[in-house]
Design a protein around this ligand. Structure first.
Ligand code: ZN
Length: 92
């Protein structure tokens, strides 16, 4: 029903107070605040690079993750590392 869609839309635009929720970017696998993910995708994953090559491939992704990592606060960097370590341990 359209009313349900409208209610859902209102909920998301309000944004509540879940500022610190961390989500994974499905393009590069980086971890970001949910509120930042949209801008991250816009900035980091423009559809093509200047020479027309698709923005994919591990070396490019790692470079991007590292450059984004450098933009994090000390606490953000620590949280990210903790999460990466946790992910790796779970993946065993
Ligand atoms: Zn990304």
């Amino acid at each position: 029903m359209s009313t349900a869609v409208l209610e859902f839309g209102n909920e998301t635009t309000k944004g509540k107070s879940k500022m610190s929720e961390i989500v994974k970017c499905e393009v590069c696998g980086g971890l970001f605040n949910q509120s930042y993910l949209v801008s991250h995708k816009r900035l980091a994953h423009r559809e093509k690079t200047a020479n027309g090559a698709p923005v994919t491939g591990e070396p490019g992704a790692i470079d991007k993750i590292l450059s984004l990592y450098e933009q994090l606060s000390n606490q953000g960097q620590k949280d990210l590392l903790d999460r990466l370590i946790t992910m790796r341990e779970k993946g065993r």
